[in-house]
Design a protein around this ligand. Structure first.
Ligand code: GLU
Length: 299
């Protein structure tokens, strides 16, 4: 890859693979359910196996949907499960300047461009879907004339900033990341990342200088995270994270993708589908051991 530009973004904490640091990073937009409990328990179990530390990080960049009462409830639920973490806890909502700086580092590399398309326009134009099944952005604004970009930005048109993924990939060449199997201590495997299957992802929006993808890589590096434990539903998104890490000159953690907890119909548990919260199970008399048994983690 090319040498990162002088303004390239650097992590606050140097990556130290001999000191394992893991994290559980929920979004406080509802109550935690058994799927979250499993993810948290896997994370603390992996930290114990590796002789490392598990951190809690609150991913609350969506200030409309995230609420302080849910953040408090997350801490309560995790403590109830017997999990502890070092303070202070990182809250993404307090780190917008840091994300803006990371966005600027990509802008300096000419890898971010403004896109003025609405969801409806994208859905109408898309001919493919991304790994999550959403319409794949066809790149309509990628080559807008500079004059038109400036005019529309000055007019205050709704805008989002997208990564020019193909241009980025042309710079980094082959892209890989490292994966660990279920035992965590087993032999690592190398995966090829194919971020192109996501198209030009949105990294910043008008009024919000970040997105899930940008914040997650910036913060994993800032916290010196060496191992990321996340559900298999996030496996494909890791392609984008590997790319952003390369572009921003950030360390790349090792990944473990855990199985998902499914409901009786075989669907992933979700707040939006009304999956029972840990709080409601606790009120109904469940113990932390009942939770462990329900998610298949015997003590
Ligand atoms: N905040 C994300 C979520 O609640 C998870 C972050 C991650 O593992 O990268 O689904």
């Amino acid at each position: 890859m090319t040498t990162p530009s002088a303004s390239c973004y650097h992590p606050a904490v140097p990556y130290d693979p001999s000191r394992p640091v893991l994290r559980f990073a929920p979004s406080p937009n509802g109550r935690l359910h058994l799927g979250h409990a499993y993810s948290a328990l896997v994370t603390w179990q992996a930290a114990a196996r590796l002789g490392g530390t598990a951190l809690l990080r609150i991913e609350d960049i969506d200030t409309e949907r995230c609420k302080p009462e849910f953040t408090e409830a997350i801490a309560q639920d995790l403590h109830w499960l017997g999990l502890d973490w070092p303070e202070p806890v990182m809250h993404q909502s307090q780190r917008m300047d840091t994300y803006a700086a990371a966005g600027n580092a990509l802008r300096d590399q000419h890898l971010l461009y403004p896109c003025f398309c609405s969801r409806t326009e994208i859905a109408a134009l898309a001919t493919e879907t991304d790994p999550d099944g959403a319409p794949l952005y066809p790149g309509s604004c990628r080559h807008l004339h500079r004059g038109e970009q400036i005019e529309r930005l000055e007019r205050g048109d709704p805008v989002q900033f997208r990564l020019d993924t193909s241009a980025a990939m042309a710079r980094v060449g082959m892209l890989t990341y490292t994966v660990l199997g279920p035992l965590i201590t087993d032999r690592p495997q190398i995966r090829h990342a194919r971020p192109q299957r996501w198209g030009d992802v949105v990294l910043q929006r008008k009024g919000t200088p970040t997105s899930y993808h940008l914040s997650v890589v910036v913060d994993d590096a800032a916290q010196g995270i060496t191992h990321v434990t996340r559900g298999r539903d996030m496996e494909a998104a890791t392609d984008i994270h590997a790319l952003l890490q390369m572009l921003l000159g950030l360390s790349s953690p090792i990944y473990h993708f855990h199985r998902l907890i499914l409901d009786a119909d075989g669907r992933k548990l979700a707040k939006s589908k009304g999956s029972p919260s840990l709080a409601s199970l606790r009120e109904a008399g469940w113990t932390p051991d009942d939770v462990r048994r329900a998610v298949g983690l015997e003590n």
